[in-house]
Design a protein around this ligand. Structure first.
Ligand code: SAM
Length: 374
């Protein structure tokens, strides 16, 4: 493993498997997946119209028809298997090097050369939307701890990510944070935040761009998952970036009311539940100073019944079970309900930082983002 990272180094055969899985997923996405829409448009939708006299108007009906289609079944089975293989390909090298990874974390954390901090709370209950299923099939999820000072979940997530999304988040896995940062700079140019909170930071990939862009700010980042936070702390310290990480639930953080200028999250909300999301938005409202900004960026849920059906694949096959409600929820209305004035909360589309090629929408891709101003 490189001295500058905590990413587990694969041996020859492990690397070959990782390369295979990445190519396999790229093949499924570029060569097999486009055929699903073709099958839908040329066979499944016309047959539905013939039988019912009207086009599909519900993604639930699209799903009922598509799951019986053998082309879709083939893609779905292969996609699911590629996801399992992806984790297998990074779990093995992580387990083999875990003692060394923990030693490196301990040595970095003992020095904390960048001046960041890590606060863990082993009494914090892990929400049921994390313990009920291993989200996106990562064995043990984000939070499971296998021993003292465990960093495995963070290392597995970090090593799996470039395979998961084919390197589209760039060499530092930070392009989601960069995209949201660009959006903030364009829309709130007059505000240099002094205190920033990143919710659901995992290993801090999207936290670091904020801390680098606003070096004078005090940057806090929270997650419920201790092994990811340890990894995040070591990663930030190795990068020379000061961040204060702590193990807290975004629904009820324990920070003082009115203590942040900016609260952000990146692809977190689809991994919470409907009631949790209401709590999180209400908590953001409580945490913000007057004039402070809330930004929750998440994954698209599809623009038409077919697109919405495809986005639901994650719900049924990739253990993103609690994300289902997001397809129908009106996030701006949810923000109004939880404190934000009507004209002070809205949805924006955030363009990718560079060349992100989203699986379900390769043209005009935008990250749907809930914006709220206190
Ligand atoms: C997909 S990951 C986010 C990735 C990360 N923000 C990034 O951009 O690299 C979702 C994270 O949200 C965390 N999370 C989910 N619900 C949470 C909650 N209620 N409080 C704090 N963290 C939460 C999970 O533990 C997980 O690490």
């Amino acid at each position: 493993m490189s001295a500058q990272t905590l990413i587990p180094e694969p041996q020859h055969d492990e690397r070959a498997l990782q390369d295979f899985v990445r190519d396999f997923r790229r093949y499924l996405k570029q060569d097999v997946m486009p055929g699903i829409r073709q099958v839908y448009e040329t066979r499944v939708a016309p047959s539905h119209e013939r039988e019912t006299g009207k086009p599909f108007d519900s993604y639930h009906d699209v799903r009922r028809a598509m799951v019986a289609n053998d082309y879709y079944q083939f893609w779905s089975a292969m996609q699911r298997r590629s996801q399992e293989m992806m984790w297998e390909s990074v779990v093995a090298p992580t387990e083999r090097q875990l003692d060394e990874l923990i030693r490196r974390y301990e040595s970095i954390a003992a020095r904390s050369p960048a001046g960041g901090t890590l606060e863990l709370d082993d009494s914090l209950p892990i929400p049921r939307y994390h313990t009920a299923h291993d989200i996106h099939l990562q064995p043990g999820g984000y939070h499971t701890e296998r021993g003292e000072h465990d960093v495995a979940a963070g290392a597995i997530y970090e090593a799996g990510l470039p395979i998961y999304i084919d390197g589209e988040l760039g060499p530092d896995n930070d392009r989601i944070g960069m995209a949201l940062l660009e959006h903030y700079k364009e829309n709130f140019a007059d505000r240099a935040p002094q205190r920033i909170l990143d919710m659901g930071c995992t290993v801090g990939n999207s936290t670091l761009p904020w801390a680098v862009a606003f070096p004078e700010a005090e940057v806090h980042a929270i997650d419920v998952a201790a092994p990811c936070l340890r990894y995040a702390h070591a990663k930030a310290e190795l990068a020379g970036v000061r961040v204060h990480y702590s193990q807290r639930n975004a629904e009820c953080t324990g920070y003082d009311a009115g203590s942040f200028d900016l609260v952000v999250s990146h692809i977190m909300i689809h991994e919470t539940s409907k009631s949790a999301l209401g709590n999180i938005v209400a908590e953001c409202f409580r945490l913000l100073k007057p004039g402070g900004v809330m930004l929750h960026l998440d994954v698209p849920r599809g623009k038409d019944p077919f697109g919405r059906f495809m986005s639901q694949w994650e719900v049924y096959n990739n253990n993103e079970v609690f994300a289902s409600y997001l397809t129908d929820v009106d996030l701006a209305a949810l923000a109004h309900k939880n404190g934000f004035a009507k004209e002070q909360a809205w949805m924006d589309g955030v363009p990718p930082y560079t060349g992100i090629n989203h699986a379900y929408n390769t043209h005009g891709f935008k990250w749907p983002t809930l914006v709220g101003v206190r």
